[in-house]
Design a binder for this molecule. Structure first.
Ligand code: TRP
Length: 476
């Protein structure tokens, strides 16, 4: 029997078991098509049945292609068009929703996706290895989940370096503060580990998914690059690329895309992303393009053709499906699996039930907002966990867990003690909603103005520098 599964780790999560089932379904079909030996076919069918039984035992649900597992019997929609019932938390690259005001249940997501929790020991270890105080996103559980971080640190301690890869889908000119989270964190990682970084702008993805022209998507990519550069990345260690440009310019990148495409079946991407027969073939093959930057030989100008340099991807957890696929393919094409650090979602002003929408001006703070707009939006739209009247609030206190202003402060207020004091005072009723909002307004106004100042300094020449394929500082 041909083994298309390569070196697979033991099955540990419902999601991994589900993806194995998709693969095994492929195997059985392939054997049937090839009119394989009856014994081989029987063995493959037996394995398929066994996996189905395991799946039912683990999840309490029947395996159904196109319907990934959920923690409930009602299966969430894990993809743009998967035909499943509505459930609780739904998290995939195109859709995030939950009915819980505190937001998505991230512990359950870790179990479902089969990743690992960022425990205190790991944060301490990052501090020890980097010699720097951990970023507030690590101290506060905002980067809450990971894959293989300990391996990355083991190697780094032995003077084996790694590189960073992150990205952005440029769907419009307008970026909001939530979009900066992975970039702020990635910049910190770049600084403390002193390593190269590649940033993929998936203008091709946005063209395929949205009602936009190729030219518009490319223009948004360049506009977004300015905001990304304004986060302070070091030009000697950072390469930013538009897929529309780099795919055609780099033979090595395209070779990796093709290798990945050969090793992932339609059935697999249907299972992972919920694609259907009526999705255009561009979407179906796109995941290979998001996977390719995880392999160092996609960037010979930086890594001199080496294929063994470990990649670490900081991203929001909704991007994990792409990288589960990438990690599945990697050993089969002779590359190391990328490691990951996953963040929670940045809540919309209206509440943590949903991710923000760049098309709703009132759903977040945009990087172009004036101080006055920031103030008005927070005062008018930030969902409050406070009580209806001052008397009630003083008596019973507010609920910081659902309060969006407080949540935003956990992202942006640097001082841990001050944050904790705010939480206590708000919970006791000593701090009123208006006062809490004022602290947030005064935190965000200077932060956004400074960003705008730095963005203004980004010239066409700067963009060209960042976006030109060239060697970066890299010692390994
Ligand atoms: N698909 C991502 C988006 O729509 C963009 C992206 C590409 C990305 N490569 C990435 C995000 C790597 C994080 C890490 O935003």
């Amino acid at each position: 029997m041909t083994d298309c599964q390569g070196d697979r780790e033991g099955t540990d999560s419902p999601m991994e078991l589900y993806e194995r089932l998709n693969l095994q379904g492929d195997n059985v079909r392939a054997l049937k098509t090839a009119k394989a030996d009856k014994a081989d076919l029987d063995a493959a069918v037996q394995l398929l049945l066994k996996l189905k039984v395991d799946y039912k035992q683990m999840t309490g649900q029947d395996y159904k292609a196109g319907c990934p597992p959920s923690e409930n019997t009602a299966v969430p929609n894990n993809g743009p068009a998967a035909d499943c019932a509505d459930g609780e938390d739904s998290v995939d690259p195109w859709n995030v929703s939950t009915t819980n005001a505190k937001g998505v249940d991230y512990d359950k997501l870790i179990v479902r996706f089969g990743s690992s929790k960022v425990e205190k020991e790991l944060v301490d270890r990052i501090e020890k290895v980097s010699g720097q105080k951990p970023h507030r996103f690590l101290r506060r559980g905002i980067f809450f989940s990971h894959r293989d971080m300990n391996q990355v640190l083991d190697a780094y301690e032995k003077h084996k370096s790694f590189y960073l890869y992150t990205g952005r889908g440029p769907s419009s000119e307008a970026m909001h503060v939530g979009h900066l989270i992975p970039f702020i964190f990635t910049k910190w990682l770049q600084d403390v580990f002193d390593i190269p970084l590649v940033i993929q702008l998936t203008d091709d993805e946005k063209y395929l998914w949205k009602d936009l022209t190729v030219e518009e998507c490319h223009r948004f990519a360049v506009e977004n690059a300015k905001d990304i550069i304004a986060c302070g990345f070091d030009v000697n260690k950072t390469f930013i690329f538009s897929d529309l440009d780099y795919m055609g310019a780099s033979p090595d990148f395209y070779r990796n895309v093709v290798k990945i495409q050969k090793h992932v079946t339609f059935n697999q991407v249907k299972g992972i992303f919920g694609f259907t027969d009526s999705d255009c073939i561009g979407k179906i093959s796109f995941p290979a393009i998001q996977a390719a930057p995880s392999f160092s030989n996609s960037f010979p100008q930086i890594f001199g053709g080496r294929k063994d340099i470990q990649c670490l991807i900081p991203c929001a957890i909704d991007q994990d499906p792409y990288f589960r696929m990438t990690r599945d393919v990697a050993p089969r094409i002779g590359y190391p699996k990328p490691a990951l650090l996953h963040s929670t979602f940045f809540p919309a002003l209206q509440g943590a039930q949903t991710k923000m929408s760049a098309s709703d001006a009132n759903s977040s703070i945009f990087l172009t907002d004036t101080p006055k707009q920031i103030k008005n939006k927070i005062n008018k739209h930030a969902f409050s966990g406070g009580k209806d009247t001052v008397e009630e609030h003083r008596k019973h206190g507010g609920n910081a867990d659902v309060d969006v202003s407080f949540m935003y402060l956990t992202f942006f207020l640097e001082d841990d003690e001050q944050l904790e004091k705010i939480r206590q005072d708000y919970t006791s009723g000593a701090l009123l909603t208006g006062e809490l909002k004022k602290i947030l307004i005064e935190t965000l106004q200077p932060m956004i103005s400074q960003h705008q100042e730095r963005r203004k300094q980004v010239t066409d020449e700067t963009i060209k520098q960042f976006m030109t394929p060239r060697p970066l500082n890299f010692n390994n």
